[in-house]
Design a protein around this ligand. Structure first.
Ligand SMILES: [Zn+2]
Ligand SMILES: [Zn+2]
Length: 176
């Protein structure tokens, strides 16, 4: 897991904003977790951290454009990432939550936040569940494999048939 710890000691009362434009961090995450993504417009992130008595209040944003494969037609799909988030990291979670990722740690020099882990978690929330090149993507023909966005094929459209008609297709009735 790519980690990127930032020190949280001596934060101004109103908090401090941290910016991240290292694209390699994203590529490392994608490689580690097997996401087939490419950067189109660099991902820029900001995290504002304000100290509270019990922890840290965090507001952030991730913006950029990445490219993935459309689930239906297998062509390129652009995903615009414009994700705002708000979260609270409690001091207590560090001791209580075992086995679950917590983004805070307390070392000799004070509290630190794993900005990398937090940004990755938020990036996953920003990804659409189903990646499509367009909502209207027609996908590949299940019979001949042609991209139906590009050309019409001669296969019958299975959507226009009932499941029974589809099942009976090609079944010959004996007439002896
Ligand atoms: Zn598509
Ligand atoms: Zn076809």
């Amino acid at each position: 897991m790519v980690e990127h710890w930032i020190g949280l000691s001596n934060l101004p009362a109103l908090g401090r904003e941290f910016s991240f434009d290292d694209q390699q961090m994203w590529r490392d995450f994608w490689k580690e977790f097997h996401y087939d993504l490419e950067i189109v417009t660099p991902l820029l992130s900001t995290i504002s951290v304000a100290a509270q008595p019990e922890g840290y209040l965090i507001q952030g944003r991730i913006r950029g454009v990445v490219k993935a494969m459309c689930h239906r037609c297998l062509e390129d799909a652009l995903i615009v990432i414009d994700h705002d988030f708000d979260t609270f990291e409690a001091h207590d979670d560090v001791d209580i939550i075992e086995g679950e990722p917590t983004h805070l740690r307390n070392i000799d020099t004070g509290w630190e936040l794993n900005a990398g882990g937090l940004l990755w978690e938020e990036f996953l929330l920003a990804l659409p569940e189903k990646i499509l090149c367009a909502d209207t993507c027609l996908g590949l023909c299940p019979q001949c494999g042609k991209n139906r966005n590009m050309e019409q094929c001669a296969c019958s459209n299975p959507d226009s048939q009932s499941p029974l008609a589809r099942a009976l297709q090609g079944v010959k009735i004996k007439t002896n």
